[in-house]
Design a protein around this ligand. Sequence first.
Ligand SMILES: [Zn+2]
Ligand SMILES: [Zn+2]
Length: 187
Amino acid sequence: MRRCEECGGYAYSGGPECAVCLELVDGIVEEEWRSFLHRWDVTADQEAALAEMVVEEPERHDWRVMDAALDRLVCPDCGDRLSRGPADCSACNLAHGFRYAAIETDRPGVPPGNEHAIRVNVSVVRRPQVTSEHEFLVRRLSLPLLLVGYLPTTQEAQRMSTLIKNSSPERVTWLMKQAIEDVIRDR
Ligand SMILES: [Zn+2]
Ligand SMILES: [Zn+2]
């Protein structure tokens, strides 16, 4: 795990406030989209049509491709990227739920469920307005660990959620930092 030179936290963990981290998180889905375009030999003017096709049949595509496809479509209700609009946009909420129909495949050598956790955390970091402040903090700070193949056990996750309950955002950030340092030391 490396540090982000912009925000000083671990790379990928800065959330929307750090442009460098946010670009890294977008890159997780963008990279897959680029190789998808390459496989289909698609030119730039056909990209939107391909995105529409993916969104119509998410169960046939990897979640990263699905999330990148949604970014390329405009929400008919709020005008933002589809699924990225305000918390009260019903068209975005529908698309946001629909994204979970796409496929997730754990990378070789990681605990089962790691890919699911990455997917949820990426989705939360890219649309924080529908998540509580606590959950958002936990998901954005734990993303770098998940990306290097870590997944907390059920007990670890429960212990953490008990610890952070009723804590201030500053305290949650501090607790997460401690937990991450513990994991790194033990690896
Ligand atoms: Zn950063
Ligand atoms: Zn919308």
